[in-house]
Design a protein around this ligand. Structure first.
Ligand SMILES: Cc1cc2nc3c(=O)[nH]c(=O)nc-3n(C[C@H](O)[C@H](O)[C@H](O)COP(=O)(O)OP(=O)(O)OC[C@H]3O[C@@H](n4cnc5c(N)ncnc54)[C@H](O)[C@@H]3O)c2cc1C
Length: 274
């Protein structure tokens, strides 16, 4: 960290780098690939869409890198928006679904920035007192490798999920531990060709996944099988759009088509790459 009174150019000189590295290893200039001082920002755009122009990635949100999530968030933006634009362009969904891009992505991006800023205070203590506190904390965690590993692996990061958007009955799920609004898990599947991730088996586009799952929390209405094993509808970027009782698949598909403003029903073929 460039401290008050220090100059970036001096820190990047051979003498500056040698001084910074001295406590750890000798300085060998021939091993230096790149020298740079980064200025970290924590910013988010007020407006993510104006008519046909959308902001995504660092143009929409800038985060300090301490949570390692800047590019991840940008990729999630792109995955979120791409299939929606494709459906609208191909006439399979109403243009209104494009507004759900910012609705879904903005708050998770903001939450990740806040997390990164908080982590930065730990990673880059600004005073000797804060540094001493961090050292004491790390020492105190030594007898608890489970907690230490949990911290190091950043398992405290909130799982990818959206509070609102293009989801069916997100807040009134009849199923225990509903995945609706969340990113689908990515288990390895065993098949005739060997083991591979679920994504590889599903391919692009929407996907229906039937699985053994938790039972029904409450009766969802007449005519539905009980106990049920939900069938999940995955969006192209692998967030769970809906969870259906197998007996209510057709009705659920029609309702989801209504949500998307789709002319076609769920059972109709999805265009390649959508
Ligand atoms: C030190 C550091 C460590 C990081 N570590 C991580 C990490 O561990 N994990 C992670 O997920 N992220 C990390 N990031 C963040 C990640 O690098 C960025 O979030 C990501 O590169 C942003 O991608 P982007 O495509 O949105 O923007 P950029 O990579 O900035 O791409 C924008 C491109 O647009 C071009 N451009 C700009 N203006 C114009 C114009 N007018 N016309 C044409 N082209 C233009 C630019 O030249 C550039 O090539 C880190 C960042 C830093 C600085």
């Amino acid at each position: 960290m460039v401290l008050p009174g220090e100059e970036g150019a001096e820190l990047l000189s051979d003498a500056g780098l040698a001084r910074l590295l001295a406590p750890f290893r000798p300085f060998r200039p021939q091993e230096v690939l790149r020298r740079a001082v980064y200025t970290f920002h924590a910013r988010i755009a007020c407006e993510w869409r104006r008519e046909r122009v959308f902001l995504m990635g660092d143009a929409a949100h800038l985060t300090p890198p301490f949570a390692g999530q800047g590019m991840n968030a940008g990729l999630r933006d792109a995955h979120n928006l791409a299939w929606k634009i494709a459906l609208v362009e191909q006439g399979h969904a109403a243009p209104g679904i494009l507004d759900t891009y910012a609705e879904e992505r903005r708050e998770p991006a903001r939450a990740m920035i806040r997390l990164a800023v908080a982590m930065g205070r730990i990673v880059m203590p600004a005073s000797p007192g804060e540094a001493a506190f961090r050292a004491a904390l790390v020492a105190a965690l030594e007898p608890f490798p489970g907690v230490r590993d949990w911290l190091v692996a950043m398992r405290f990061k909130p799982p990818p999920a959206y509070a609102s958007g293009l989801f069916l009955d997100r807040d009134s799920q009849p199923f225990e531990a509903s995945l609706v609004g969340r990113m689908a898990p990515q288990p390895d599947l065993e098949g005739p060709a060997g083991t591979g991730p679920l994504d590889a088996a599903l391919g692009p586009g929407f996907a229906l996944v039937a699985q053994d799952g938790p039972g029904r929390r409450q009766s969802a209405g007449p005519g539905l099988a009980d106990p049920s094993r939900p069938v999940f509808l995955l969006r192209p970027e692998r967030y769970v759009a809906a969870a259906f009782d197998p007996g209510a698949l057709e009705d659920g598909g029609a309702r989801l088509a209504g949500l998307l403003g789709m002319a076609a029903r769920l059972s109709a073929p999805v265009p390649p790459g959508a």
